[in-house]
Design a protein around this ligand. Structure first.
Ligand SMILES: NC(=O)c1ccc[n+]([C@@H]2O[C@H](COP(=O)([O-])OP(=O)(O)OC[C@H]3O[C@@H](n4cnc5c(N)ncnc54)[C@H](O)[C@@H]3O)[C@@H](O)[C@H]2O)c1
Length: 322
């Protein structure tokens, strides 16, 4: 059986993560690589193979599926171009910057016969898969969430809102997608934000209410140091707290006694602990088996909608209803 030919656009940090994973998948051939810095694509090709292309057009001629692994502001244009060349698309987060371009990409993805998956890897991280499983058998009431970064200096473009779209697009969007995945659709939110270290809003406090009555507080800071855990979800149920700490561990504390269960995922390789291996497998499964990808263009659109609603709430000082 011939292998699925995968092309990678943008062979920086995350492009290489996916490249290493697909190099181990027998169903896949990394057939083409393109980066505006040619040497970066050449370097990746030396470790995983693949034709080093001089243009996107050349890449499209040499693959069936495309991974869009370039900086945020380029995603929509590249992903639409790939869909128009009838390629399956895996697009890194964020899906888009701004509702207008998100709508354009959503329409393009929905009318295409090709598969489209968004890189919200955390949905596949074992800690969050476990959290979802536990919440399915209980009734969560509320949660306290944080998603921080130590800095916006590395890579340098992460501190440039003209490229990222803003801190919420670069980082917090991961857990915006996660709260929909774990708790359902949002009905309203209020938010406060301020600016300190970077030329954009870089500190956020938010409260979300969901259509099913669930509610949560959510803090997100871009200059908080890398104190562990920079990412944490604490969910409160009936006489129960479930706590996740980054992709490392989950604590389940039930009833009135002092005992709790502690699950550690730290023995897993990072690429699996963070869900990259599983999301890459799911993308190929969806193509080869004709399945709907687990993180759709509509999920991507909704994550952008949350980001935009938070920025709007801060600007207007008003509660936003969905
Ligand atoms: N899902 C995750 O956990 C995760 C982690 C890191 C990054 N990301 C996302 O992946 C994307 C890339 O991030 P990164 O950390 O790998 O950045 P990076 O700077 O390491 O790599 C980006 C690469 O894209 C290349 N590039 C830029 N514009 C291009 C263009 N128009 N055409 C072709 N190549 C181009 C650059 O030369 C660079 O090699 C970002 O959108 C980021 O938000 C997601």
């Amino acid at each position: 059986m011939s292998r699925l030919r995968v092309g990678i656009i943008g062979t920086g940090y995350i492009g290489n993560v996916h490249a290493r994973i697909y190099a181990r998948d027998e169903r896949v051939e990394i057939s083409a690589l393109y980066d505006i810095i040619h040497e970066k694509a050449e370097k990746t090709a030396r470790s995983v193979g693949g034709r080093v292309c001089r243009s996107r057009e050349e890449l499209f001629e040499n693959c069936d599926a495309v991974l869009v692994c370039t900086p945020n502001k380029t995603h929509v244009e590249i992903a639409i171009d790939a869909l128009r060349h009838e390629k399956h698309v895996f697009c890194e987060k964020p899906f888009a910057i701004g509702l207008e371009s998100a709508r354009l990409l959503l329409e393009e993805a929905q009318k295409s016969k090709c598969k489209f998956q968004v890189g919200h890897n955390r949905r596949f991280a074992p800690v969050y898969v476990k959290l979802r499983e536990l919440l399915r058998s209980d009734q969560p009431h509320s949660a306290h969430i944080k998603m921080n970064r130590g800095e916006l200096k590395n890579p340098a473009w992460t501190g440039d809102p003209n490229i990222t779209g803003g801190f919420l697009y670069e980082t917090t969007i991961h857990l915006f997608d996660m709260i929909r995945y774990q708790f359902g659709e949002i009905s309203e939110l209020v938010a406060y934000g301020s600016q300190h270290e970077y030329p954009e809003l870089d500190e956020f406090s938010m409260i979300f209410k969901f259509k099913n009555g669930f509610h949560c507080t959510f803090a997100s800071s871009s200059d908080a140091s890398w104190l562990f855990p920079f990412e944490r979800i604490e969910v409160f149920c009936h006489h129960r707290t479930i706590l996740t700490q980054e992709m490392e561990s989950l604590i389940d504390s039930k009833e009135m006694d002092a005992n709790f269960e502690f699950l550690s995922f730290s023995m897993l390789e990072k690429e699996e602990r963070w869900g990259y291996v599983q999301e890459d497998k799911a993308f190929v499964d969806s193509i080869l088996e004709g399945l709907t990808p687990p993180v759709t263009a509509l999920d991507g659109y909704k994550s952008v909608e949350i980001v935009e609603s938070v920025y709007r709430a801060i600007k207007s000082g008003e509660k936003i209803s969905f």
